[in-house]
Design a protein around this ligand. Structure first.
Ligand SMILES: C[S@@+](CC[C@H](N)C(=O)[O-])C[C@H]1O[C@@H](n2cnc3c(N)ncnc32)[C@H](O)[C@@H]1O
Length: 211
């Protein structure tokens, strides 16, 4: 749905913002710093984070140009001083061009991404881990929200069906195996993650860059 002022409304946002905010409040720093979102979508999450976690400066990024317009429309509507203008970022690239004019700084305290890595090729997931390893400060947080497959947990039928529908839309998409992400992240300087079970068979997977 798109209102005349370009603000898109993502229905899932209304269901997940409460539980996500609750978990982030146990992870994010309470002192000033910089947090970036990858694949900000409509922009509703990051505008809400800017309101709740006001010590942090929030940097929205997006792959799709049409989402950048929505993020900025929400940001302007909110008159947010804590959310920066959205910039284009393809997380699969080796160089995120951070630190360039108007772009997020090269060293970040947190990187958050929701519902991105299963609706994009694996190179986006590996790019997020690699870029986060380069750009998070020691002790910084890389936080994923969404569905995952876990080796030691039964798969919910709804996630299995969702995975099949994703793969039929694009064979490079699909719910990721959590152990593959953990292996990648640990090899690139992250500690083993904290995992929080969320409503509707989603998880928050929160890595800390080793100090
Ligand atoms: C299902 S939407 C999720 C949007 C939002 N995070 C949310 O939870 O409502 C998937 C997002 O992944 C983004 N995406 C796809 N490929 C990407 C890439 N290569 N780099 C960064 N983001 C990407 C899309 O542009 C889109 O915003």
């Amino acid at each position: 749905m798109q209102s005349p002022d370009l603000r898109r409304d993502a229905p899932a946002y209304h269901r997940n913002i409460g539980p996500i905010t609750e978990v982030l409040s146990t992870i994010l720093p309470t002192v000033p710093g910089d947090a970036m979102e990858i694949g900000s979508g409509s922009g509703q999450h990051i505008v809400s984070f800017g309101r709740t976690f006001e010590k942090l400066t929030w940097w929205p990024t997006e792959f799709a140009q049409e989402n950048i317009s929505s993020i900025d429309a929400w940001r302007i509507n909110e008159r947010s001083t804590k959310v920066q203008p959205a910039v284009r970022l393809d997380a699969s690239l080796d160089d995120w061009q951070l630190g360039a004019h108007g772009r997020p700084p090269t060293k970040l305290d947190a990187i958050f991404t929701a519902n991105v890595i299963h609706i994009s090729p694996w190179t986006v997931c590996s790019g997020i881990v690699g870029g986060s390893s380069r750009h998070l400060k020691s002790g910084g947080h890389l936080i994923f929200y969404g569905p995952f497959f876990r080796d030691d947990h039964p798969t919910a039928p709804s996630n299995l069906a969702f995975d099949q529908s994703l793969r039929s839309r694009d064979p490079e998409w699909g719910i990721r195996q959590l152990s593959a992400i953990v292996d990648l992240a640990v090899a690139q300087g992250f500690n083993k993650p904290s995992i929080v079970e969320m409503p509707a068979n989603n998880l928050i997977v929160a890595f800390e860059k080793a100090k």
